[in-house]
Structures are given as structure tokens and as C-alpha cells.
Design a protein around this ligand. Structure first.
Ligand code: SF4
Ligand code: SF4
Ligand code: SF4
Length: 151
């Protein structure tokens, strides 16, 4: 089952992949008409705990920090393995290390949701403007609650 059936306008942030402790959610695609991968749920191993939906920042919105300065989107931020990056970031923060995370607002919302809607002081978050080319083609981006226009 595509999780996009359960979460309207899924933006492919990948928080649900990390939320599933039974490793039933995987990012696939992009599906036709999308520019980002979206989550697919393997029903066989699923115990129906619903964590994948509960940690989705579109389903359970988080309080977003106010950002003033945004960084330009660059090629190096394309096609990153976001679930793995969220895991690494959380591990490092939990270990008490100074940690930096750079991402679009939907990715920052995903990380914050996975951290229980709290950012610890040893985590520094840098926001990125979105890839405008991809954004223009993706229906989820068109209705995005996080989007900030590049000035
Ligand atoms: S957590 Fe992100 S990828 Fe998963 S369903 Fe929600 S918006 Fe989509
Ligand atoms: S309902 Fe629970 S076990 Fe099933 S995919 Fe979602 S998080 Fe994983
Ligand atoms: S518009 Fe930007 S922040 Fe919103 S879903 Fe698309 S990439 Fe993420």
C-alpha cells in the first residue's frame, strides 16, 4: 500500500520510514507525476501500530522555528537518503555531540516530528530553499504548508 493513500499530499520527507520500527516502510519511485520518492508500506510485516502516520508532520503538525536566513538549494542536496540522515542526526544529538542538520522546511519538520517536536540545544538546524524546478512539477509542493519563497 502506498502511504500516500493514508496521508494526503505526502511530500516524501521520509519521517514515516524512521517511525516504523518494523522496517515496513520504504521510499519508492518517484511515482508518475511526482518528483520525489514516496513511502510504500509492506502490509506483511506491519502490526498496524500506526506510528508511520502519527509521526508524519502533515498528519501531526509540529511547531516550526522561525528562520530568517535560508540557504540556496544545491546539487549536493539532491537525492539524499533522508531517513538515514534523520537517524544519524538523532543518534549524534542523543550522544550529546554538537550536530548540524541542513534541509528544506519539510525535512526539518520531519526531523522535529521524529524528535518529539523538540530540538535540543546541541542541534543547529539550517534551512534550505526548495529546488524550484522540482517544486514546480510536484503536486505536493504546490500545496505545501512549509514553502517559503526565494527572495
Ligand atoms: S512522513 Fe513524510 S513521507 Fe511519510 S507520509 Fe508523511 S509526508 Fe509522506
Ligand atoms: S502501522 Fe506500524 S508497523 Fe505498520 S508500517 Fe506503520 S509504523 Fe510500521
Ligand atoms: S515545497 Fe519545499 S518544503 Fe514544501 S514539500 Fe516541496 S520541497 Fe518540501
Amino acid at each position: 500500500m502506498q502511504l500516500t493513500e493514508a496521508v494526503k499530499n505526502c511530500n516524501g520527507c521520509g519521517a514515516c520510514v524512521v517511525a516504523c520500527k518494523l522496517v515496513c516502510v520504504k521510499m519508492e519511485g518517484p511515482l508518475e507525476g511526482r518528483t520525489k520518492k514516496t513511502p510504500h508500506k509492506n502490509e506483511d510485516g506491519c502490526n498496524k501500530c500506526n506510528a508511520c502516520v502519527l509521526y508524519c508532520p502533515l498528519y501531526n503538525p509540529v511547531t516550526m522555528p522561525e528562520f530568517r536566513d535560508f540557504y540556496e538549494f544545491k546539487e549536493e542536496f539532491e537525492n539524499r537518503d533522508m531517513p538515514d540522515l534523520y537517524r544519524q542526526t538523532m543518534r549524534s544529538v542523543k550522544a550529546g555531540q554538537y550536530t548540524e542538520f541542513i534541509g528544506t522546511l519539510c525535512e526539518i519538520a520531519a526531523l522535529k516530528s521524529l524528535m518529539g517536536d523538540k530540538f535540543r540545544p546541541n542541534l543547529k538546524v539550517y534551512p534550505l530553499y526548495c529546488d524550484e524546478e522540482k517544486r514546480a512539477k510536484d503536486p505536493a509542493c504546490q500545496v505545501c504548508m512549509f514553502y517559503k519563497d526565494e527572495k
